[in-house]
Design a protein around this ligand. Sequence first.
Ligand code: PSV
Ligand code: MN
Length: 426
Amino acid sequence: MQINPESIDNANSAYEKAHDRAFSGLQEQLEAEGKQVHDLIQKIQKFQIAVPSWALGAGGTRFGRFKIGGEPRNLEEKIEDIGLLRQLTKSTDAVSLHIPWDIPTDYEGIKSHAKSYGISFDAVNSNTFQDYGQPLSYQMGSISHADKATREQAIVHNLNVIEIGRKLGSKGLTIWLADGSNFPGQSSFRKSLDHTRASLQQIYAGMPEDWKLLLEYKPYEPNFYHTVIPDWGTSMLLCRETGDRAKVLVDLGHHLPNTNIEQIVATLMQQNMLAGFHFNDSKYGDDDLSTGSIKPYQLFLIFLELVAGAADGCQTWDSISWMIDASHNTKDPLEDLMQALEAIKVAYAKALMVDRDALVQYQMTGDVVMAQECLQQAYQTDVRPLIREARIQAGGLLNPLAFYRKEKIRATLIQKRGKENRATGL
Ligand code: PSV
Ligand code: MN
């Protein structure tokens, strides 16, 4: 579904006066603080976040899923939905495929289809956490499995995923390993780690030289006693033993409650070991709630470490991959993704507001109160007019969500695709 640019202009003009007032007020304030508004707009426009191919269908939990209707029936329609998001928000330009949920059949066809929507192929994700008809089961693990033949099968799967990604122009392989154990004694900590290391080295050797390996960690679930890669330290250890282009992927939901994620991000950046992000939010565990819906201040602090780490030359901004990995649960997935993209950009823009020179001074002099004020000054700034301005200038909607509702886009998708279909994914 493509939106006519004229209707975008018309929708935007309805808000013109109110937006101009809000934006010029903010612009004046930022200029008085010595900030380059033009540069800020460019940074915000440039920042694009990939959408996974499994995020476009109805969400839910392992207890069930409620239909929303109009779900994409195939990969082409998933790409169309991301293309629509791109047109509305100007904040996403890539899709991340999960294999085998979304294996293309016609590579050239899908590439040109994606290109026509301005969408490219982000990192590809392997899946050894489910059985889908392969000869050996992953019930007791995959690349860490005690049985060599099962490990080999999982390695071959990853190599196949690399091949699929290579044909699409992807530049990375994301591995999330569900391997672990549910009960003490079920598996050997050391052996499963050793097997994982050896398997990762073989997978890495099969990657093209301009690719990176993004290695996720997760403390628990689906295994509840031990997970082979439970934390950033284990992931970094394995990456270091695998190769220079293997780096740690931070999924915000993959931490025990109250973990200081911003500190993890700072450390990984300092070590040039941060591969990228899976954005979501959580109240209790890996809840996969919409990014920014629960802990927006934490998201801001994470972005502050990213902005500062990049400015201090630890790691370049462009070397980091960005993706949403959430479950919209009972929401319309497209609406949820619009909210998430907005929340991510808000956190980023607020981090750009921080007077980092002043902050360094407060840290040097031990002025705790002013350090906190410095962060609050940025965090409390309403940056939304700046984000809207960036979006309008890029040809997007001032208010994408209002447009989506007013134009009854979900109803149109239901009409076109039907009520009953179910997109592939979890
Ligand atoms: C696992 O919890 C995870 O975060 C991995 O990235 C998966 O690939 C994704 O969720 C989708 O299930
Ligand atoms: Mn993830």
